[in-house]
Design a protein around this ligand. Structure first.
Ligand code: SF4
Ligand code: SF4
Length: 149
């Protein structure tokens, strides 16, 4: 099969393609709705079902958690670490409760499994950290009440 490689003067410089590209760019610049936002001045509203940063529900500073170990058992990312202790009234509580938010896949299984409704995922999505170890939230950090769920 013979291929005709001869191009016209305009085609040699791809003028038609360049003009088509410019037309699309101008149309998008002038008439299309912006899909980006000026973060952090502007913020999107996320769904109530969005799963973000965890917190442990507490009443008067006392965590609802009874260290039953269900959440670390169901966690597929194995990122929950709990050390259980016992109060004088024999109720168990977490002496240590850590979540590695950089390993977490935000599946929400921990929230679903908790019989005390203690562990929650808020709709906070700003979780960037400067160092790896800052991604491990301890009990004190998790007791900051981050949501209304
Ligand atoms: S959201 Fe999923 S991965 Fe993250 S801590 Fe809970 S169970 Fe583990
Ligand atoms: S499932 Fe709930 S009560 Fe049990 S250890 Fe986890 S947060 Fe605590």
């Amino acid at each position: 099969m013979l291929v005709n490689n001869k191009k016209g003067f305009l085609n040699k410089f791809y003028l038609f393609e360049i003009l088509t590209g410019l037309k699309i760019t101008m149309r998008n610049m002038l008439f299309a709705k912006n899909v980006t936002i000026q973060y952090p001045e502007e913020r999107r509203t996320y769904s109530d079902r969005y799963r973000g940063l965890h917190y442990i529900k507490s009443v008067n500073g006392v965590e609802n958690c009874t260290a039953c170990m269900l959440c670390p058992t169901v966690c597929p990312a194995e990122c929950i670490h709990i050390v259980a202790g016992e109060r004088p009234d024999k109720e168990k509580y977490p002496v240590k409760f850590e979540i590695d938010i950089l390993r977490c896949c935000y599946c929400g299984f921990c929230e679903e499994a908790c019989p005390k409704d203690a562990i929650k995922l808020s709709n906070i999505y700003e979780m960037a950290v400067s160092y790896r170890d800052k991604g491990v939230y301890d009990k004190e950090a998790l007791l900051v009440q981050r949501g209304t769920k």
